[in-house]
Every structure is written in C-alpha cells, then in structure tokens.
Design a protein around this ligand. Structure first.
Ligand SMILES: Cc1cc2nc3c(=O)[nH]c(=O)nc-3n(C[C@H](O)[C@H](O)[C@H](O)COP(=O)(O)OP(=O)(O)OC[C@H]3O[C@@H](n4cnc5c(N)ncnc54)[C@H](O)[C@@H]3O)c2cc1C
Length: 652
C-alpha cells in the first residue's frame, strides 16, 4: 500500500486499511511504503514475493494508467507472470475525490477487497508476436500525404501513396500565395510533389482509390482500384499534343469551374504525374463513338480507349489517412446569392482568379463581365460558428486566408477597396497576429464587426447589407465582388472510408484521434494514423507538423521486426455462443466475425454459426462481452467471473 507522499496517506488511514486487509482470506502479507513506484518501493515488492512465496500481488496506489506497466515489470522480476498483478486505485478513485478520512478509509478497504477477489481469479497470460510488414500506405496526396510519404520513405521504408485525383497536390496546389509569409504556394509545393514522384521508395498511384481493407496492425491487406486513365502512363511523354488537338471541352475543376479544360487533360501545368487522363463523360469518343483525335495525334501511341480499371492487392504494416477536406456548401445561405449572382464567389475561387496560372492569368476580373473590381467585400464564417445553418466549430483558417486575400488584393490593386465582415478575428499561430495587423495598418483593409444579413444586386453591383456592431449601425456597401470565406468541412465520403478501414469519426465526420491531447495522430485502430485536414480544419504548418508526426509513428512501428500482441483480448465459448451476432456491430475495431462450425448431434452433423475474434484487431475494450446475451464472450484478464467477484466483494 502506497502513501504517495501525502497524496493518499493524508486522506486514507492506511494502518486501518492494513488491519482490515490482513484479515482477508488469501492475503498472507501486507506492507506500506511512501512511494511504491520508487526503486526502493519496487525492491520491497520483489523481496516480499520471494520471502513469502507469493503467487499474486495487489498494489494499492494510483491509477493503473500511471504505473500498471511499472508494477507488471516489478513482479516479473521476481518470477511472477505480470498478469498476476492487480492495482487498487486508492488515489484517483479515493483519496483525491474525498476530503474526509472517514469516507476515504472504508472506501479504500472496499477497493482492496475487490482487487483481492479479482486477483485470486487471475490466470497467467502470455503475449504472442506477429511479424510486421514494413511498407506503409498513405491515402491522399495533398500536402499532408506528400509530407508523410516523404518522411516515411526518408526513414528507409517503402511507401505507396494513393491519390484519387489524376495528380497529387490537393488543395494547396490551388492556392495562390500562403499566409503568413506570402510565399507562392506552387513554389513551395511543387518541389515536394516532384520529390515524392522521384523518391526511390515511394510508389505513386494516382487516379486510384481504396476498395477494401482487411487485416490488422503490421499486416493490413488492401485492395486498391486504379481507375482507367485511358492513357498508358509508361509510354506517354506528356508532350501535350493530345490535349491541344482535343475538340471537347468541360469545366475546369482545378479552377473551380471558372475556366475550361479539354476532355483529355492534365489538371494543371505542374501536375504530378504529368500525364493526361481522359474524362470519359465529356469525351466524344466515349459519348458518341466518334473522334479519337488524341489517339491519332499521339506520337507515342499512349492513348488507350480499351484500358480498364485495375485491382491491386497489397500488404502494408501501417496506414496513414490524409484525405483532406471539402468546402462548405454555401448554397445553404440563400441570402448571399451564391450561384445566383456570378460575382459572389468563394475564397478558393478568389485564389484561382488571382493566380497567374488561373483562368484570368492572375488579373482579378469579375466572373460576370470581366471588369476589374474596385470594391471587394469579404464575408467570414460562412458555415462555421453558425449552429443554425452550418457548423458550430471554428474553421481555423478563414480569418487568416481572408486577411491574406485582402492583402493580395490591395497589393495588386492599391486603388481597390477591401472590406471584411467578421465575428471575431482569430490568429493563433506564429506571426499570425502580426500578419492581421499588417492587413489593417499597412494595407488599409477595413474590418467591420458583424454578420452580413443580405446581398442583393443594384445595377451592375452588389449591395452587401450587414451590421457594424462596434458602431451599432446597419451598413450597406456597394461591392463589385463578394468573397465568401466558406468553412472547411469533412469530405462527403469521409464516413464511408472510415468504415471501410475501421476507425471512428466525429459528429461532423472528421476523423477521430485516439486521444485529443496525448495521441493526436493515432486512431483507435492500431496501425492507422491521421494527418492533415481530414482530422479537422487545419492550416498548412499544422498539417505538415502532423504529417511528420504520423510518419514518426510509422517509423517507430517499423523499427521492430515483430509486434507483441495484447493478451487481454476477447474469447468466444463456442459451446454457449448462440450466433445472435449482437457482438459484431458493437465492436469498434471490426474484430468480430461470424463463422460456421460443424457439430455432432447424435448421429447427425449439424452446422451452427458462432462468433470468432480476430485477436490482431481486438483491442480488449470489452464492449462485446457486455453485448453478449448468452455470456459466451469473455475478456481475458477481465472475465465475467472476475468482474462479478469484484462487485460481490464491494457489496458484501
Ligand atoms: C481558400 C483557402 C485558402 C487557404 N490558404 C491557406 C494559406 O494561405 N496558408 C495555409 O497555411 N493554409 C491555407 N489553407 C488551408 C490549406 O488548404 C490546408 O491546410 C491544406 O490543404 C490541408 O492539406 P491536406 O493534405 O490535409 O488536405 P487536401 O489539400 O484536401 O488534400 C487531400 C488529398 O487527398 C485526396 N483524397 C481525398 N479522399 C481520398 C481518397 N478516398 N482516396 C485517395 N485520395 C483521396 C484529395 O484528392 C486530395 O488530393 C487555405 C484553405 C482555403 C479553403
């Protein structure tokens, strides 16, 4: 029994507890020390086991989260199986939550009685090992996926980077300049894209998606669908003749539909791989059976209309999910007129319009008539911090990207006026507050605190009606262009992907980390890690930091040839299992399956369905044991019998 200095000893009368515990059946020796976790404290346990020939140990101290592993190692030193140890948490569960010795002392006795009742039912458990496949799968080729892939590869491991679009780059490739340094996005991103493509340990699979994921940490089995590009990547030289001659056009997704591209196209000039893809929905050959110009003009003979999707089956030891985000569907704010008034655009559209490789060659022009805007109004928090129409969370990047866009506008066109409607200005990052101050003081951007109520047309302009809460007055600004800072939201297919791989997501469909503070890059599925905006709104510095953190976790995993499995896993008593399948959906790790067994009943052989546990996936949470109506599910180390014995000991 540990005093934990005065943490326990000042609230629990340990001498009284000792007297009570000494009387319990099966208890042969009790001792106290000031700090059991200290070296002398642990040495005392080892000596006690040897001297009294003990075969079970209870340590009454702090939470098992703190020192269970420490004490397991201690008893192992004395030759005991580490699972023949129990912890009675008389600190967090007792001394810290009570102020009166009279309350805490009997409770400590109860907790010890329960621990003794359990430990005598403990059985030795042994860990086994599984081999680790030292190859990583990274899903999503935005800056998060690229960074994670590069770091894992630089640590010496093979990586397959799967990107669903025809090129890697993600949203960062669409941005013009980046806050807070205003360096050109493409200039810092494209070298990384090229590095990823040329890295000897990275294999890029673009225009590809995850079809199926099975297995467990160290041994995932993944089926990847490589969609037909209709262009043989190995043969294509990226010369560009095909798209220059293609007669079919379609809206250019990379420019947010503000420009056009051909039916055979590369998304943007620095795309990686720099190989075109045929958009079959807009290609005359595929829709009308005529044309085929690209095939005729291709000097390398790379165009392949017959190409089909390919299914690749690969094994990986770890998975990094880096699938990024989408933008809020602003059509919800009908009063802002997006879609109705062409000069109401989103922040991402602004990025394309102001970008030198964008649809207007970097000259900011109004989509409606191509005129240069003289007054631009930016509206923040469109879809964020708005429970009524959007999401309650803060989208974290919009304050900064709006300040950036207002600066870029004033930098390019000093004669233009910039107004920003805001609720708060949030700048929690290195150099961010200074950046915002520059927007107001150096670049003269006008900030108005209040929400916009309505946007309506007047002549060839738009009237933005809102409130300036600092002045306490309604304001109306006649604008040539309105930019909506739409919130970063989870991808529409995020939940489906999480279910396919088998990890959890939150109420907004962002992927959930194992612990918000202490395990921010791990998921609740061992071996699956998170990077970037798929976990929640994030800017580029935070995305890159998290991607590198995920890569370190993968490298740590790959530093071992074998993994020790957790012996505290669920087991099924096939004799009592009724095959009701209630346990299966309860398991958050997808560790339970149903199998058919054959049994002899008299002279007949009958088949029966029973649950089975994949011990590689099981994390020992015990949810299935609670769901099991026939009591067939049991968790090793926490069997139903052990738990009931504890309850009985407390209720006595
Ligand atoms: C208008 C605007 C301006 C911004 N400006 C800045 C700025 O100046 N500075 C800054 O720091 N941040 C800025 N940001 C934020 C920045 O865009 C993000 O921090 C960054 O893009 C996050 O990178 P990511 O890789 O996590 O996600 P993404 O960029 O979204 O990349 C995810 C990738 O995964 C792919 N993918 C998705 N699903 C799958 C799947 N199932 N299988 C395979 N691949 C998949 C996607 O196609 C994409 O390529 C801005 C954001 C917006 C909206």
């Amino acid at each position: 029994m540990c005093w934990c200095g005065s943490n326990i000893a000042s609230t629990v009368d340990l001498d009284r507890v000792q007297k009570a515990v000494e009387k319990l059946t099966n208890v042969v020796h009790v001792e106290q020390n000031k700090y059991t976790c200290s070296e002398p404290g642990q040495a005392q346990i080892v000596a006690g086991i040897r001297e009294h020939n003990l075969d079970r140990v209870v340590v009454a101290a702090c939470s098992p989260r703190m020192h269970e592993k420490t004490f397991q190692r201690t008893v192992a030193k004395a030759g005991l199986n580490p699972y023949l140890l129990e912890i009675a948490n008389i600190r967090e569960h007792c001394s810290w939550v009570h102020t009166s010795v009279e309350e805490a002392t009997p409770k400590a006795i109860d907790l010890l009685r329960a621990a003794v009742a359990k430990v005598i039912r403990n059985t030795p458990l042994t860990t086994s090992t599984i081999p680790v496949e030292k190859r990583a799968l990274v899903i999503g080729g935005g800056i998060a996926g690229i960074q994670a892939a590069l770091d894992i590869a630089d640590a010496g491991h093979q990586v397959v980077l799967v990107e669903k679009e025809p090129t890697i780059g993600g949203r960062m490739a669409q941005l013009d300049k980046t806050f807070p340094t205003l360096d050109c996005s493409a200039c810092i991103l494209t070298p990384k894209m090229v590095d990823a493509a040329q890295h000897p340990k990275i294999r890029l699979l673009t225009y590809a998606e995850i079809e199926e994921v099975g297995g467990y940490i160290g041994n995932f089995e993944v089926t990847i669908r490589k969609k037909a590009r209709s262009v043989n990547e190995d043969v294509c030289t990226g010369c560009g003749i095909c798209w220059s001659k293609c007669p079919s056009k379609a809206p250019n997704e990379f420019d947010c539909g503000l420009g056009e591209r051909k039916a055979i196209y590369i998304p943007f000039p620095q795309a990686v791989p720099n190989k075109p893809v045929i958009d079959r929905e807009n290609c005359r050959y595929f829709t009308k059976g005529k044309c085929g110009v690209c095939k005729k003009v291709c000097p390398a003979g790379a165009v392949d209309f017959e190409q089909e999707d390919e299914l690749l089956r690969e094994r990986f030891g770890a998975i990094v999910v880096a699938t990024g985000y989408e933008l809020f569907d602003h059509s919800v704010y009908g009063e802002y007129g997006y879609g109705k008034y062409p000069d109401v655009i989103t922040g991402l559209e602004f990025e394309r319009l102001i970008n030198a490789s964008g649809p207007t060659g970097g000259k900011l022009k109004r989509p409606s008539d191509g005129k240069i805007p003289k007054t631009v109004v930016f509206v923040k928090c469109v879809g964020s911090r708005d429970e009524a129409k959007g999401f309650p969370y803060c989208s974290r990047t919009c304050c900064m990207y709006t300040a950036k866009q207002a600066i870029l506008l004033r930098e390019k066109m000093p004669e233009a006026e910039a107004y920003v409607f805001y609720m708060d200005v949030r700048t929690p990052g290195k150099g961010y507050e200074e950046f915002y101050t520059r927007a107001t003081e150096e670049f003269g951007v006008n900030y108005l605190r209040g929400r916009v109520a309505r946007i309506y047309p007047k002549g060839d302009q738009l009237v933005v009606r809102g409130e300036d809460t600092l002045v306490g007055a309604q304001v109306e600004i006649e604008a040539d262009l309105v930019v909506l800072a739409t919130a970063m939201v989870a991808r529409r297919d995020a939940a489906e992907l999480a279910q396919r791989i088998g990890f959890s997501y939150d109420q907004y469909h962002f992927f959930t980390e194992a612990h918000p503070k202490l395990r921010p890059v791990e998921t609740n599925t061992a071996g699956v890690f998170l990077a970037g905006a798929c976990q929640g709104p994030k800017d580029i510095p935070d995305t890159v930091a998290q991607a590198s953190a995920a890569a370190v976790k993968v490298a740590m995993l790959f530093s071992r040839d074998e993994l020790e499995t957790n012996p505290m896993v669920a087991t099924v008593d096939e004799g009592t299992c009724s095959g009701c399948e209630w346990c299966k959906p309860t398991c958050p790790y997808g560790a339970i399956d149903i199998k058919t067994i054959e049994e002899r009943v008299g002279k007949r052989t009958v088949s029966r369905r029973v649950a089975t546990v994949n011990t590689g996936l099981c994390q020992g949470c015990g949810a299935c044991t609670v769901a099991c109506r026939s009591g067939a599910m049991n968790l090793k180390g926490f069997t139903n019998e052990q738990i009931l014995a504890e309850v009985e000991a407390i209720c006595l």
